[in-house]
Design a protein. Structure first.
Length: 134
């Protein structure tokens, strides 16, 4: 130990197994979601191929389910909002607000979706594919 520093402070540790799986390398070519039709290229999901510039080259094309459709299929969600004691006057407006907010989020990012907005005894329960959307 020199200058008050330990030797282990400069040591590099190997990444954990979960870190490697959480951020995998991007898939080569183009991936189409077989459920909703969004496309994956350049390490991100897009609504269409408008910005894809490599049409001249032979690019592999794969059909696979996107993460959002997979969550919906598996009945999973990341965000949950419970709205209780909603006045009857505002229920219709609230339903429109939820639907429009989900559409705007989908326009911004194709993986951000409102999965369901269920009316319960005490109010509403909204599930989303992103916790930050909730």
């Amino acid at each position: 130990m020199r200058n008050g520093r330990s030797k282990t402070a400069n040591a590099r540790y190997a990444p954990e197994r979960t870190e490697r799986r959480e951020f995998p390398k991007g898939a080569k070519g183009i991936v189409f979601c077989d459920t909703c039709g969004i496309t994956y290229y350049k390490k991100a999901w897009h609504h269409n191929l408008r910005h894809f510039k490599s049409f001249e080259k032979d690019v592999p094309v794969v059909f696979r389910t996107c993460p959002a459709c997979q969550m919906i299929k598996n009945k999973q969600y990341e965000g949950l909002v419970r709205l209780v004691n909603v006045p009857p006057k505002l229920q219709r407006e609230l339903e429109r607000l939820i639907r429009n907010y989900g559409e705007r989020a989908y326009q911004r990012d194709p993986l951000d979706r409102v999965i369901a907005a269920k009316k319960t005894k005490s109010g509403y329960e909204v599930t989303t594919t992103e916790n930050q959307l909730a």
